[in-house]
Design a protein around this ligand. Structure first.
Ligand code: C2E
Ligand code: CA
Ligand code: CA
Ligand code: CA
Length: 275
């Protein structure tokens, strides 16, 4: 038993070593990827569910790694946040997205995800507005998506940044609504333009009563606060039909298509005469 315990100890130690090595390799890989410009924007369609028309795209980050292939943002975004390079990474991606979206039909919007870490920078709004000018991209076509975890931090500062962005025409969506720490008071005091219902609720819409109840509650909250709603994670026609019966929303999800790279978006827009 004693021997076994000792082996287990060694096994545990080497598992930790492996994990540490993996983590170190990831960190330096992500730093190198930033230098080598390996992060690319993918785009997911956002649809006006009432008319069925394309209203814009959400940009979703991908790491096109020569060694690892296409890496998901759930892996590299948290690490980029921790090692302090999320702002640079995001700036690189947003620059590419502005350059793409500038060529799309002028009525199509671009949504970008902004990390809570970026919102701790008091100059964030100024930097974003400067990028809009540099890329000659209209603020009215830009929407930023922030999550409720931003609201833990300095609400006063987030409020003034949101306000200066909105004054220039940028829209602000509250992403993943319902999943985080949600304070209805903060929802009321921060000037959002849109609520995005998290896909966990949307996917349960037809399977159980609680999913339906939560979506109903968010919908009436949105009505009461005059906030338009986007439903994410629409995977089937059945869910789409259920949502359409609940109100006028925008929606996105695999039912309409998976996130795709820039050239695929251009092909799509060419077919739709939106280029
Ligand atoms: P999110 O903002 O909630 O984005 C929605 C995620 O759900 C995306 O995953 C999208 O591909 C996926 N999705 C969309 N429709 C469906 C569907 O019908 N079914 C299922 N199962 N999934 C669907 P993705 O692209 O892996 O992004 C994951 C998360 O990474 C995003 O969640 C966002 O929080 C973060 N992220 C992505 N790009 C960026 C970025 O540029 N900056 C920051 N800060 N975060 C980003
Ligand atoms: Ca989002
Ligand atoms: Ca979301
Ligand atoms: Ca999410």
């Amino acid at each position: 038993a004693k021997k076994q315990g000792k082996n287990r100890y060694f096994w545990f130690e080497s598992a930790m070593e492996n994990e540490l090595r993996f983590r170190n390799e990831m960190e330096s890989g992500i730093r190198r990827a930033l230098e080598n410009d390996e992060f690319v924007p993918f785009y997911e369609q956002q649809i006006d569910l009432t008319t069925g028309e394309l209203s814009g795209f959400e940009m979703l980050a991908r790491w096109q790694s020569p060694e690892l292939g296409l890496v998901s943002p759930d892996i590299f975004i948290p690490i980029a946040e921790e090692i302090g390079i999320i702002a640079d990474l995001s700036e690189q991606l947003i620059g590419k997205a502005f350059a793409d979206a500038r060529l799309w039909d002028e009525n199509l919007t671009l949504s970008v995800n902004i990390s809570p870490v970026q919102l701790r920078d008091p100059w964030f709004a100024q930097k974003l507005l400067k990028m809009l000018v540099e890329h000659n991209f209209p603020a009215q076509r830009l929407e930023i998506e922030i999550t409720e975890s931003c609201l833990h931090d300095n609400v006063g500062m987030v409020h003034s940044m949101i306000t200066s962005l909105r004054n220039q025409g940028v829209s602000i969506s509250l992403d993943d609504f319902g999943t985080g720490y949600s304070s209805l008071e903060q929802l009321r005091s921060l000037p959002f333009d849109r609520l995005k219902i998290d896909r966990s609720f949307v996917s349960e819409l037809r399977h159980n009563k609680s999913g339906r109840t939560i979506v109903d509650a968010i919908v009436s909250l949105g009505r009461g606060l005059d906030l338009p709603i986007t439903a994410e994670g629409i995977e089937s026609e059945a869910i789409l039909e259920t949502l359409k019966n609940l109100g006028d929303f925008k929606g996105q999800g695999y039912y309409f298509g998976k996130p795709e790279p820039s050239n695929a978006v251009f092909d799509r827009l060419r077919r739709l005469n939106l280029l």
